[in-house]
Unconditional design. Structure first.
Length: 134
C-alpha cells in the first residue's frame, strides 16, 4: 500500500514539473461547443490530440472543476472516467485517452497549474480552465 502512495506521489511531482517547465507546441484548433457570452468562465478540453472544444458557462456562481468537466463531457457526449483517492477525485480518462497510456490529464486555471484534485478546486465566473493530455 505504501509503494502505491509513493508511486502516485512521484507521478504527481513529475507531472507538475513537466507542466511547469514546458508548454504545448501546438495551439489546438478550437470550436464553440456551447453558447455563452464573453467575460464568463471558459473551459477548454483537448478531447483529441490536434483539437480542443471550448465550453462557456454563463453566471456568477462558482463551480468545482470536476463538475464543470462532467457537464462539458455530457454535452459533447464524451466518456469521463475518474478515480477517487483520500485527497480527492482525479480525472483518469476523457474519451479514449487514459492516464498512463503515454500521458496524463492535467488542468490549469488561468494559465497556472493547480496543486489540487479537480474535485476540490472551485472556479468562478471569469476563470479559464484548460484540460490537456500531456
Amino acid at each position: 500500500m505504501t509503494k502505491h502512495w509513493i508511486r502516485l506521489f512521484a507521478l504527481a511531482v513529475v507531472v507538475f514539473a513537466a507542466m511547469s517547465c514546458g508548454s504545448r507546441d501546438q495551439t489546438p484548433q478550437q470550436k464553440q461547443s456551447q453558447g455563452g457570452s464573453p467575460g464568463h468562465g471558459i473551459l477548454i478540453v483537448a478531447f483529441a490530440p490536434d483539437s480542443a472544444d471550448t465550453f462557456m458557462r454563463v453566471g456568477g456562481d462558482s463551480i468545482l472543476v470536476l463538475d464543470w468537466l462532467r457537464q462539458a463531457c455530457d454535452s459533447a457526449k464524451v466518456t469521463l472516467a475518474v478515480k477517487t483517492f483520500p485527497f480527492g477525485t482525479l480525472v483518469d480518462a476523457i474519451g479514449p485517452r487514459r492516464n498512463g497510456d503515454g500521458g496524463n490529464w492535467l488542468y490549469k486555471v488561468n494559465g497556472k497549474m493547480v496543486p489540487k484534485a479537480a474535485s476540490s478546486h472551485v472556479v468562478s465566473a471569469n476563470d479559464t480552465v484548460d484540460f490537456v493530455y500531456h
